[in-house]
Design a binder for this molecule. Structure first.
Ligand code: CA
Length: 663
């Protein structure tokens, strides 16, 4: 069948009515007595399940490992005429399997898209008794905290511990288990805990294709090339050949983070697949992929293809995969890569499904509200892009590229500055960013500040430090030295952090931003060496002043209940007093948000002259943050002793000053 014939067929009412099976339970459903194999194959002459002893042919003595093949039959349940099933008696835990599908005399073998375990490099699925993959104490594992003040740190599993200065035992470096190690110094999970973040957001931990799982440790990839969506990546496990090991070790990582009081957000990439030789294409050719009007596969991801979330069985797959990770792995949030390739209806259905399944837990959902290229979504659906943010649930947030670029300059033009590094005319944008773009008059309309993820740097593009070096070099026509701890750059970095952690919206930062992380100007390190990508813990010690500055701000933010107010009401508490001449002055009215302070005055001064601010007469003020420290508010614990401050306060050039009016 041609692509065009497939497209017409899949979009027809008859196919939807007769072939799709939205209510079907799919996958290899294990019990100790028997395993049910259930797969959706809308058109085939024969379907079989093939059982194997090993995860790859090479591991078997006969270079195959084949055990037997069992014919599958169409389900007799209502609405499941396209679901094929086979019930195989016996305890099949750790037996590997694939499906064989025959059409017009041609057999094709594939991995079950729903498989929950696999062998090395994901070439065969594996039947798994998930109970046997639980680390000790897993039933009690939870990360529920009331009144959480969300601050997210974006982190890559390998970056975290592969550097020799990490203090992690050699055999765990770059692995899930690094998170379970106590190093006795300020690295590892203890470091994250001390930083005060509420969540880590892990770059892909599902099974991706680019790294050979049994290959050498010098390999590196971010992992945005999905292979098996419901299986953890094997290269982060100590043994990729036995399917249950990666599951146990991935859960152990999550458990260790939870024990430290840190929630785990998973980066999910449902928008495209690594290639097309997979279970999606074998079970239902072209169905899971979006198609151009001529039937060819479209490429809105710029990675060769894009999935079609608006097709019922594809949306179902994504939704069920998310629920599975939340349920089985206790995941606390999901970050959708290129969310703009998904339709708003599917995104909202995922929100609803999570809320119904976990009524007592608030699981985060946020994503990139853009696509990489144009996408031919079927008519009647809306892409989850920035312009459609108001069509998304208030509990689905978007990365704000506007906030990012306004604060420190465009990601596309390395030398173009933003507010903190000398850019002009950005004050109105800064004022809007402070209100999480809920102040109206923009091309997009967030329903609540909770819909905005405020950030300046993530894995993509230059690190914040590298961006500051580049803009500074352009300004001074000098040479950039990424390694040097220049006071001017530190000042800009501190100002950036001061802004980021006092805005509405949810702050998110790339791990290491708080210690001047550099990739030496590498703006797309997705497959660069581990030495470029790793977190350098020696540098962390060297830049400990900057880290402390981040820590103080995160801690201060946690004291202010306003930042837990995710509704539009929060915007009423933010008053922009000045937004001109490279200065933004903001007053937070905390009358309705009980804490030490009645009002907080924030002065972000990006100019090269000191800024004088008149605080209203009659108040008792406490200096909370200045250019030297973000911990002043804490040290002055005996605030009753503070004398009436001078009415005029000064904020140094390129710095942030924050004052609190005591109640
Ligand atoms: Ca893999």
């Amino acid at each position: 069948m041609s692509g065009l014939e497939n497209k017409r067929k899949y979009e027809s009412e008859a196919f939807r009515r007769e072939k799709e099976a939205p209510g079907a339970t799919l996958g290899a459903l294990y019990t100790p007595e028997e395993t049910w194999f259930r797969v959706w194959v809308p058109e085939a002459d024969e379907v079989t399940v093939r059982l194997y002893k090993t995860g790859t042919p090479e591991e078997a003595e006969d270079k195959q490992g084949f055990l037997r093949s069992i014919p599958m039959k169409p389900s007799l349940r209502e609405g499941e005429s396209s679901v094929w099933e086979a019930i195989v008696p016996g305890d099949l835990h750790s037996v590997y399997y694939t499906y064989g599908i025959c059409r017009a005399g041609v057999w094709k073998e594939c991995v079950d898209p729903y498989t929950r375990a696999c062998g090395a490099d994901g070439v065969r699925g594996m039947v798994v008794d998930l109970k046997r993959t639980d680390p000790e104490g897993w039933e009690a594992d939870t990360c529920f905290r009331a009144d959480i003040n969300t601050v997210i740190c974006e982190l890559h599993v390998k970056d975290f511990s592969c550097h020799q200065s990490s203090g992690i035992p050699h055999e765990h470096r770059g692995k899930y288990l690094a998170f379970t190690d106590s190093t006795g110094r300020n690295t590892g999970v203890e470091y994250l805990k001390r930083l005060g973040i509420s969540h880590v957001h892990l770059l892909p931990i599902f099974d991706f294709s680019s790294v050979r799982e049994t290959g050498d440790e010098d390999q590196f990839n971010w992992g945005y090339d999905p292979l098996n969506y419901n299986v953890p990546e094997g290269s982060y496990a100590t043994d990729a050949r036995h399917g249950e090991v990666r599951i146990l070790e991935c859960k152990s990582m999550i458990q260790a983070l939870h024990k430290a009081g840190i929630g785990v957000v998973m980066d999910v990439v449902y928008n495209h697949t690594a290639g097309l030789d997979n279970g999606f294409q074998a079970t239902a050719p072209d169905y899971f992929y979006r198609q151009n009007s001529d039937g060819s596969l479209s490429n809105g991801s710029d990675c060769g293809n894009e999935t079609a979330s608006e097709r019922v069985m594809c949306g179902k797959f994504i939704r069920e995969s998310v629920i599975y990770w939340a349920e089985e792995y206790h995941i606390d949030g999901f970050r959708f890569d290129l969310m703009g390739l998904h339709d708003t209806e599917t995104m909202n259905s995922i929100r609803k499904a999570l809320d119904e399944r976990f009524p007592d837990k608030h699981i985060l959902i946020y994503g990139e509200p853009w696509a990489a290229s144009a996408s031919p979504m079927e008519p009647g659906f809306f892409p989850a892009v920035k312009a459609n943010v108001d069509k998304l649930s208030p509990d689905i947030a978007i990365f704000s590229d506007d906030t990012r670029d306004t604060i420190k300059g465009s990601v596309f033009f390395g030398e173009e500055p933003g507010f903190v590094n000398g850019g002009r005319g950005l004050e109105p944008g800064m004022a809007s960013a402070w209100c999480a773009w809920c102040d109206g008059g923009h091309e997009f309309t967030p329903v609540t500040p909770g819909q905005i993820i405020s950030y300046v740097s993530v894995h993509d593009n230059y690190t914040l430090w590298d961006k500051l070096v580049l803009t500074q070099r352009a300004a001074e026509r000098g040479k950039a030295d990424y390694g040097e701890k220049k006071p001017q750059l530190l000042a800009m970095n501190q100002l950036t952090a001061g802004i980021l952690f006092t805005m509405l919206g949810t702050p998110l930062f790339q791990a290491g931003e708080e210690f001047g992380r550099t990739k030496y100007g590498d703006e797309n390190s997705y497959q660069s060496s581990p030495s470029i990508n790793c977190l350098d813990w020696d540098r962390c010690r060297d830049f400990s002043g900057l880290t402390e500055y981040y820590r103080g701000l995160i801690s201060l933010r946690a004291q202010i209940p306003l930042y837990r107010q995710q509704s539009l009401k929060a915007v009423q508490a933010v008053h922009i007093m000045t937004a001109k001449d490279q200065v933004v002055e903001v007053c937070l009215d905390l009358e309705e948000y009980p804490c030490r302070w009645r009002k907080i005055y924030i002065v972000a001064n990006a100019s090269h002259i000191s800024k004088a601010t008149a605080l209203p007469k009659g108040g008792r003020y406490q200096k909370l943050v200045d250019e030297k420290s973000s911990w002043l508010w804490k040290r002055a614990g005996l605030w009753s002793k503070i004398k009436k401050a001078e009415q005029i306060v000064e904020t140094s050039p390129v710095s942030i000053g924050i004052w609190g009016e005591l109640r």
